[in-house]
Design a protein around this ligand. Structure first.
Ligand SMILES: NC(=O)c1ccc[n+]([C@@H]2O[C@H](COP(=O)([O-])OP(=O)(O)OC[C@H]3O[C@@H](n4cnc5c(N)ncnc54)[C@H](O)[C@@H]3O)[C@@H](O)[C@H]2O)c1
Length: 271
């Protein structure tokens, strides 16, 4: 451990269970000396697992539906009270598509589902930053990170409307990040992570094929949830102060590949 987050305070959204990227990030942030508030949608909390994480990391939990401005206002206010001051980092680790959940094909989207999906997965990031900005809740050189996936840039048919939601999310990071940078010296970035076996990840149709293909294509293989957590910690630390408005690929090199020998060998064997 490096004490990278010693004395830093933050909010971590999206820890659902032990597999969640946010869960593992919270464990790592704790190990690196941070203090934080955990939050999730009230409905996700009923499952109760987050209490175990709170206990382990000495954190308090403040429920918030990330689409509700009222909930977010309360969350940010309470977090500053609990932590005794402004925040240094915020992790947005939230995603959900109703079209994916209900098995709707992309070409036959239900637009009420589409609207709900982009509100939860993308606009929630705008809302979180809006509240942080209005309440002047971030310390200078603070760092805000949201998690995303490369379907924002390239076609992955089964990723469905989450691809559009991620494109929207990444754009919000740049647009809001500009104002946060100029006005408050706060950095805003997205981390584009490899396929990862979590509840949200495995909800995508054909996840296993997706996962195996990415692993074979990437020179370093797929990045794990723990490796994503470590990268996120570095983005919260003072070692990355001048990085902002970026979409940072954390994918073992996948995003710059055309084809790998391992994938070619697989197809050669089929012939
Ligand atoms: N798993 C992957 O393959 C993968 C790859 C790249 C990016 N990501 C992204 O990582 C992030 C975290 O997902 P994960 O893979 O850890 O899965 P996860 O299912 O553990 O986490 C998703 C979280 O979103 C929360 N959430 C849903 N609706 C919410 C709402 N209205 N308000 C507040 N929280 C809400 C859920 O309760 C859950 O905790 C997501 O943005 C996801 O798209 C995941």
């Amino acid at each position: 451990m490096y004490n990278l987050l010693k004395g830093k305070k933050g909010i971590i959204f999206g820890a659902l269970d032990k597999n969640s990227i946010a869960w593992i990030t919270a464990e790592r942030a704790h190990e690196e000396g941070a203090q934080f508030v955990l939050t999730n949608a009230p409905i996700a909390m009923r499952m109760g697992a987050i209490n175990e994480l709170a206990e382990k990391t000495g954190s308090q939990i403040v429920p918030a539906d990330a689409t509700s401005m009222e909930d977010l206002d309360n969350l940010v206010e309470k977090s500053m009270e609990i932590l005794g001051g402004k925040l240094d980092f915020v992790l947005h680790s939230i995603g959900m598509s109703v079209n994916v959940r209900k098995g709707k094909h992309y070409t036959e989207s239900n637009y009420d589902f589409t609207t709900k999906g982009w509100d939860v997965s993308a606009v929630s990031f705008h809302k979180v930053m809006n509240v942080l900005y209005k309440q002047d809740a971030m310390n200078e050189w603070g760092s805000i990170v949201a998690l995303t996936y490369m379907a924002a840039q390239r076609v992955f048919p089964d990723y469905n409307d989450m691809a559009d939601n991620k494109a929207y999310l990444e754009s919000i990071a740049r647009s809001f990040g500009y104002f946060f940078g100029v006005d408050k010296k706060v950095r805003v970035n997205t981390i584009s992570q490899s396929p990862t076996p979590t509840t949200a990840g495995q909800g995508v149709k054909g996840f296993d094929g997706f996962f195996a293909y990415a692993d074979k294509m990437s020179p370093l293989g797929n990045a794990t949830a723990l490796e994503c957590a470590n990268y996120t910690i570095s983005m919260f630390s003072d070692l990355t102060k001048m990085v902002t408005l970026q979409n940072l690929f954390h994918d073992g090199g996948f995003s710059n590949m055309g084809v790998s020998q391992s994938v070619m060998d697989y197809f050669d064997e089929q012939e």
